[in-house]
Structure formats: C-alpha cells, structure tokens
Ligand binder design. Structure first.
Ligand SMILES: Cc1cc2nc3c(=O)[nH]c(=O)nc-3n(C[C@H](O)[C@H](O)[C@H](O)COP(=O)(O)OP(=O)(O)OC[C@H]3O[C@@H](n4cnc5c(N)ncnc54)[C@H](O)[C@@H]3O)c2cc1C
Length: 426
C-alpha cells in the first residue's frame, strides 16, 4: 500500500481516547506535531471514565483481590514519585480544574504481618525521598478518628490524592485540540498497515477514513492486543474488569484517601460529597464489546472491608456501583515502549496498571519516544518486548509481519482474564 492512497496525513496516530491517549495527544500536539486520535466509541468511556481516580504516590499494595502475580512495588515507586511531580502542574498547564486534590492518604494494617509490609514499603519510600510516615494505630486514629480500632498501624503519605476522572481526560483532550490535534470519536480503527515503499509509516483505517501517519501509538487499554493484531503483532495482555461503589452525598467528612496494605480497599470522599469505594475487586464479567457487569459478591466483600476500617460508612446509603475494564499485563506491571517494526515508522504502546496515576508520565515518555529521544525516566523492564509472541520476541517485528488488515490473525497469545468470566459479546 502507498501512503499516497490515504486521504489525510498526520505525524502521529493515537489509538484510544482514554487518559493515556488524551495526555499523549496533548504532549505531542504541544510539541508541534500533527496528531490524530481515534476512539471506537465516545472518549473516556472505558477504564479512564470508570476509574477511582486515585493518585497513588505511596507504594501500593501488591495485589488486587484475586490477583495471582504481585506488583513489583519497588520498581513502580520511582515512577510514582515522577508522576506525582507532573500531576502537581497539570491544572496550571491545562488551564482548568480537574478537581485535583493532594490531601494525603493512609495505608492501614490490621495484622503484624501487614505491619511488616508497611515497614518494608516505608524503607523503599525513604530511599526514593518520599516523605511518608509510619504511625501506630493510635497515632493514625489521632490524625483520622474515623479509623476503626482494628487498625494497628498506618503509613501516611501527604502526596496521595485524586483527580476527577470525568474531568481529567476531557481536559487533556481539549488542550490537545487547542494545540491542533484532531479527535475522532466513534471511529474504530479497523486496520493499521505498515508502509515501507517510498516513505515510512502506517496507514490507519476506520470505517470512515484513512490516515497516513509516521508513528502509531497504541493506547487502547484492554484492547491493546486487539489493536496490535491489526498489524500482525501478538502482544499478550490479561485484561480484567474491576468495580466501584458510590454512596450518597455527605457533608465534608473524610479528608484523606484510605487504603489497606493487605486487602483491596480504597475509600475517599470526592468533591461532590460522595464516598467512592474501591480496591480492585473483580467484576462479574469483563465485556470487551459491551459493559462489564457488577458482582454482588465483590460488592459485599468490598463494602464489608470498608466498614470494618471506616465504621461510619455503615450509616450511608449506597447510590450506585459500576464495573470498568483494566488493561492488566501477565506480570501486572505497566507496558510502555516501542515495538520495533523494521523498515517502517515507530509503533509505540502504553498501558497497564495504575495508568491513571501514570498518565502524565507515560505521556512524557511517549512524546520523547515519538521524537526519538530518551524518555525522562528509565523504562527498563517495562517495554513491550516481554509480552510479545515468541516469533516477535526473538527478533524485531519484521516489516512483513506488519501486514494489511486482511492478513491479520488474532494474537494467539492473548489470554482471558483469570479472575472473571469473560463475556466477549456481553
Ligand atoms: C474501576 C477502576 C478503578 C481504577 N482505579 C484506579 C486508580 O484509583 N488509580 C489509578 O491510577 N488507576 C486506576 N485504575 C486504572 C486506570 O484508571 C486505567 O488503567 C486507565 O484509566 C486506563 O487508561 P487508558 O487510556 O490506558 O485506557 P482506557 O481508558 O481503557 O481507554 C482505551 C480506549 O481505547 C479505545 N479503543 C479500543 N479499541 C479501539 C479501536 N480499535 N479503535 C479506536 N479506539 C479503540 C476504547 O474505546 C477506550 O476508550 C482503575 C481502573 C478501573 C477500571
């Protein structure tokens, strides 16, 4: 295929209109590159519109409920610190509020074993220069009397926070558009074909349009594998769906984020006054072509844990619950980097765990990679090579593997989520 057959041209095509796509589009557009962003539906509907929106700056707890492989919390911590610094400037840079709050958070422990985990992560945090504070249960309750007597220790991080997910992605996108980006909602990318003759790049097709671009950025969240397969690239992801609970509004009650070191819990009061309760509890279904559905069992477990740690929640009415898809990887670590495609343009990918927190940082990294520069933080161990199918892992993805859409086969290595029943057409 020749680039000349495509009707529109841009330097960069971004596939996915979640927070990673929006933040990357803004980063690339502000650098003066021509960028087009596609989403198969409305923007911000999937992981980024259903997220809890926590900015996780202190070392995280290593497992969602049901998660098989623990997160490498030491590897993530310097990246969380880097993301924290970037979030500090987001509202000034975007010129609008995303309800950014940095009111700090407690990570609590209920057992001696969990206290050991708090102590371990506190050491890591000190090494990274993060000013967290270990507290006894009584010290934590003195600071936050809402904590129950079950809490025997806590790690306090003043940098933990929140941004409203319904505001953040649209704000990044608006600024991208102000800097010249083109946004195409309801434009499912159906083909991504490498071009090697005459000029290097890709032709990106939707049912409505064809664009010739130099670089493709695949930030399609739980659909990263599906989008990669359009170019013959087999990348193994392990998408899951997790869920949230939301109470009725309350007067200002809970000023801080509360998490648990050993079990899946995050609770905070959002700007509207509602308590938003999560912690990575598995949804009933993961529906990649519809809406994932809420598990009552998870809702019960999540609520019981929340009430055990913050008993005042027992008096509140539950308003609603929802599930959202998450682009987990088999090793539960983020994926950010380039998939080498010999003789064509750059093919970049980003996604994975805590992508809301990492969005400004991954946007900076993607921007640097688009420009052919070193990213601002080390991405060692986070690149996509570890997730590529055997053929692609052995060598760079050959140009011949990046073929026309008609030659595409689904990535055979893509695994269904282990913790939820998969419902492809739910
Ligand atoms: C319930 C829940 C709670 C969470 N809580 C937190 C938290 O507190 N803190 C945190 O840091 N992270 C949290 N996360 C994770 C984080 O929010 C998400 O990982 C992040 O928002 C994902 O952003 P994304 O841009 O990578 O993907 P998404 O927001 O999922 O966007 C991907 C987009 O790609 C589009 N797409 C797919 N296929 C195509 C195609 N063929 N063509 C065009 N577009 C396509 C989709 O329509 C979608 O809009 C949570 C996630 C969930 C679900």
């Amino acid at each position: 295929m020749s680039l000349a057959h495509a009707q529109n041209t841009a330097d960069v095509a971004i596939i996915g209109g979640g927070i990673l796509g929006a933040a990357a589009a803004r980063r690339v557009a502000t650098a003066g590159l021509r960028v087009v962003l596609f989403d198969r539906g409305p923007v911000n509907r999937e992981g980024s519109g259903t997220t809890a929106g926590n900015l996780h700056i202190q070392a995280i707890h290593a497992r969602r409920p049901g998660q098989q492989v623990p997160v490498d919390i030491a590897r993530l911590l310097p990246l969380q610190v880097a993301a924290s610094a970037l979030w500090a400037d987001v509202e000034d840079e975007l010129g609008e509020s995303v309800e950014l709050r940095r009111s700090g958070g407690f990570m609590v422990a209920e057992t001696e074993e969990q206290v050991g985990e708090l102590e371990h992560k506190h050491v890591l945090e000190q090494k990274e220069g993060l000013q967290t504070e270990l507290m006894t249960g009584d010290e934590a309750r003195a600071a936050l009397p809402l904590l129950s007597s079950k809490v025997i220790a806590a790690d306090w991080c003043p940098m933990d926070g929140y941004a409203n997910p319904l505001l953040a992605t649209p704000a990044f996108l608006r600024d991208a558009v102000r800097h010249g980006a083109t946004v195409r909602p309801y434009s499912r990318v159906t083909a991504v074909t490498a071009v090697t003759a005459n000029s290097h790049g890709f032709v990106v097709e939707t049912p409505q349009e064809r664009w010739s671009v130099g670089t493709v950025v695949n930030v399609a969240g739980p659909w990263i594998s599906e989008v990669a397969s359009l170019s013959g690239i087999a990348i193994e992801m392990s998408p899951v769906a997790i869920q949230m609970l939301l109470t009725e509004r309350q007067p200002p009650t809970l000023a801080h984020l509360v998490q648990h070191i050993g079990e899946g819990l995050s609770v905070k009061q959002v700007t509207s006054g509602q308590m938003l309760i999560g912690g990575g509890w598995p949804a009933r279904t993961l529906a990649l072509e519809g809406r994932s559905s809420v598990s009552l069992e998870s809702a019960q477990g999540n609520a019981a844990l929340a009430i055990r740690i913050l008993p005042f929640l027992n008096t509140l009415g539950l308003l609603r619950s929802w599930a959202g898809p998450l682009a987990a990887t088999p090793d539960e670590m983020p994926v950010v980097g380039e998939i080498p495609c010999e003789g064509t343009g750059r093919y970049l990918v980003a996604g994975g765990t805590y992508a809301f927190t990492f969005a400004p940082l991954w946007a900076q990294c993607l921007g640097a990679l688009v420009e052919g520069h070193e990213p601002p933080v080390s991405l060692d161990g986070l690149g996509p090579q570890r997730l590529l199918g055997t053929d692609a892992k052995a060598d760079d993805v050959p140009a011949t593997a990046v073929g026309p859409a008609t030659a595409v086969r689904p990535a055979s290595t893509v695994r269904p989520a282990s913790t939820v029943r998969r419902e492809e057409h739910g």
